[in-house]
Design a protein around this ligand. Structure first.
Ligand code: 5GP
Length: 126
């Protein structure tokens, strides 16, 4: 997979303020906002502000500061949404990458899903 970044992807437009979003939390290097088509009572997307296409791009190429900031914001979101394990009932964190991962938006994002039992990890398909 190529790491060439498409500046016209929808999350790039959200980061530039060209498209509105329902922000849940923000940090120096990351943004968390509600998915426009939620699949669970809590469905938040956490994205880095930097131009990273996918999880592997982010994991390989982001700075330590960006990675730490991203992970801490994920924890903050889980807690704020009441799904973190200290007080809540749990959640699932998913990231899709590339064609086989069925990634729609080519800007790295982590889905945080909770508020109900999320079901089996994968729906098997032929
Ligand atoms: P992917 O399939 O790339 O992992 O997930 C992309 C997610 O982005 C989908 O869950 C989809 O509902 C969400 N999404 C697509 N366009 C928008 C948008 O304009 N705003 C928000 N908040 N979410 C979006």
């Amino acid at each position: 997979m190529s790491y060439s970044y498409d500046d016209n992807n929808i999350f790039a437009k959200i980061l530039r303020g060209e498209i509105p979003n329902d922000t849940v939390a923000e940090s120096e290097h990351s943004l968390a906002f509600r998915d426009i088509s939620p699949k669970a009572p809590t469905h938040v997307l956490v994205i880095p502000k930097g131009k990273y296409v996918s999880f592997d791009d982010f994991a390989a190429n982001a700075s330590d500061a960006e990675i730490t900031d991203f992970m801490r914001l994920c924890a903050k979101v889980a807690k704020a949404e009441g799904v973190a394990l200290d007080e809540g009932n749990g959640f699932r964190a998913i990231t899709n990458a590339g064609n086989d991962g069925v990634q729609e938006v080519p800007h790295f994002h982590l889905h945080i899903l909770g508020g109900r039992n999320i079901g089996p990890m994968l729906l098997m398909r032929e």
